[in-house]
Design a protein around this ligand. Structure first.
Ligand code: AMP
Length: 506
């Protein structure tokens, strides 16, 4: 097979110069002409760029096609710019891949590696501050921590779906609109456009090219209550006022509070004598290491006397479970619910990348802010994955209806058992916070799952969504999708023909 492939590629490369690596294909005029034959000229012109180099190896990532490509033999795949593909085997310039969307959806074959790029994960970019408002951006950029050229990209307040670039220039902040091209791609100035925001940032980091100043460091993120608490987590108890009880957990209560009479916070308290403070503070230790727009952010701690406090960002609507139960569909539409699920997968995909497992993923442990913003919370049980598996101590209690069978029976917790729990969380979202497996006891669930029983598709749940739940509940953990896959599947939902999905109920 290998021999055949090599011969096949060599043959193609000698017969069709356009099969050669376009990035290296600049030495002769003939080769340049050949490139034009297969490049989606419209897209390339719009992006005003030469072909990019072969993308950096990122196994398991989903890639997007940058140009049209027409298969020349039965062994390679045709695709159009914008189609999504999953590389299954990456070998030098030709990858064996599976089409995910577009003309080669569900087909497998070879693709030229430099015709695709990894799909952007904006949440991971240090300059991406989606929820930051214009005034807030000005305040953050002008803080002493930032130097000239500091910048951030945020959602535009005045036009939904648009983005803005805010840059610090000589003590003042300038804002530029980032416009989107119809077929993907971005530009600040019409004269130059880019396939991705990352490309745009890279370009203006090297070259002013019309901006007030070259982009320098991304704006420092306020990973604390203020810049003083970024590295000094301990704050004085007297700087906090507890205003209203928000809820209670097994070992303490959660309050809405205010810090320095100015900043709204949530304060988690540890009831004296109920738990070793070291265990309680583990949660804060984990939160300190994990920073993502879809994870609850730790602000500070008060540990010098009891009761110990963990101070985090305040989420205006409390737990997702209560939020869903209160709403029951009054204002939330299916599109909002799917969007909420996608936000959870975004936070979990970050944990997956960091080799953390949550171990208690459920709607009660997701918090909701304004505009249905969802963030994963409750890292009390979270663990660093040790050789991909965490073994719970004997006698540990599980939230049975959310826990994967291998975690219940063999104490094996992995990111894939979190994926199982996410399937249950999706059910909770669709069913407005209803208890999963209604009319079944925990014992019945434990008995029935190994026999193949799974919750049926809820009424009004699109088939596409139920298929995702079912994937999460596959017997073998290895057969369940990754959070990264779940994220794009949910985000892709709106690219599909919604009506068809809604009609195809099971
Ligand atoms: P926990 O003990 O962490 O499960 O929290 C108990 C309850 O307090 C949750 O179900 C929420 O209703 C509320 N809560 C916890 N943390 C926050 C927060 N950061 N913002 C708003 N409400 C919170």
């Amino acid at each position: 097979m290998e021999d055949f492939r090599e011969r096949f590629i060599m043959c193609c490369q000698s017969t069709f110069p356009c099969f050669r690596d376009p990035a290296n294909n600049t030495s002769s005029g003939t080769e340049k002409r050949d490139i034009k034959v297969i490049v989606n000229e419209g897209a390339a012109k719009r992006a005003n760029m030469t072909l990019p180099p072969t993308p950096v190896e990122k196994p398991g990532y989903v890639y997007v096609a940058l140009y049209d490509y027409t298969a020349r033999t039965e062994h390679d795949l045709s695709f159009n710019a914008g189609d999504k593909l999953e590389p299954l085997r990456k070998e030098e310039d030709w990858w064996y891949a599976r089409g995910i969307t577009g003309i080669s959806a569900n087909k497998e074959g070879y693709i030229p590696a430099n015709y695709v790029a990894p799909i952007e994960s904006l949440d991971a970019e240090p300059w991406y501050f989606p929820e930051t408002k214009r005034l807030e951006a000005e305040k953050m950029l002008t803080s002493q921590k930032n130097k000239n050229g500091a910048f951030l990209i945020r959602n535009c307040e005045s036009q939904q779906g648009e983005l803005s670039l805010s840059v610090l220039d000589n003590g003042k902040v300038k804002h530029y609109k980032i416009r989107k091209l119809e077929n993907g791609g971005y530009f600040v100035s019409k004269t130059r456009s880019f396939f991705t925001l990352r490309d745009l940032v890279e370009h203006y980091s090297r070259n002013e090219d019309g901006l007030c100043v070259c982009l320098a460091e991304p704006c420092k993120k306020t990973h604390g209550l203020s810049y003083n608490t970024v590295d000094h987590w301990e704050i004085s108890r007297s700087s906090l006022k507890l205003l209203k009880k928000l809820g209670a957990g097994q070992f303490g209560e959660v309050f809405e509070g205010i810090w320095n009479d100015r900043t709204a916070v949530a304060v988690k308290t540890l009831k004296t004598g109920t738990m070793d403070p070291k265990d309680f503070l583990r949660e804060a230790q984990i939160m300190k290491k994990l920073r993502h727009a879809r994870l609850i952010q730790l602000y500070a701690v008060c540990t010098t006397e009891e009761p110990i406090y963990i101070i985090t960002e305040l989420m205006s609507h409390g737990s997702l479970q209560e939020y869903l139960q209160k709403d029951k569909g009054a204002s939330l539409q299916m599109s909002d619910q799917i969007e909420m699920g996608a936000q959870v997968t975004s936070g979990m995909a970050y944990l997956e990348l960091q080799n953390y497992i949550h171990r208690d993923l459920a709607a009660r442990n997701v918090l909701v802010g304004d505009n249905n913003v969802c963030k994963v919370a409750d890292f009390g049980l979270a663990r660093m994955e040790n050789e991909n598996v965490y073994e719970a101590k004997e006698g540990t209690k599980f939230p049975v209806k959310w826990t994967a069978p291998e975690a219940i029976h063999e104490n094996k917790f992995t990111i894939k058992s979190d994926v199982w729990s996410f399937g249950i969380l999706l059910y909770e979202i669709v069913m407005f916070g209803q208890m999963p497996y209604p009319n079944m006891t925990n014992f019945q669930v434990v008995q029935q799952l190994p026999k193949g029983y799974r919750m049926p598709c809820p009424l009004n749940c699109p088939k596409y969504l139920y298929d995702i739940m079912s994937e999460c509940w596959k017997d073998s953990p290895a057969d369940r999708p990754t959070f990264e896959t779940l994220q794009w599947k949910l985000e892709d939902f709106f690219d599909m023909d919604l009506k068809q999905s809604f009609d195809e109920q099971v």
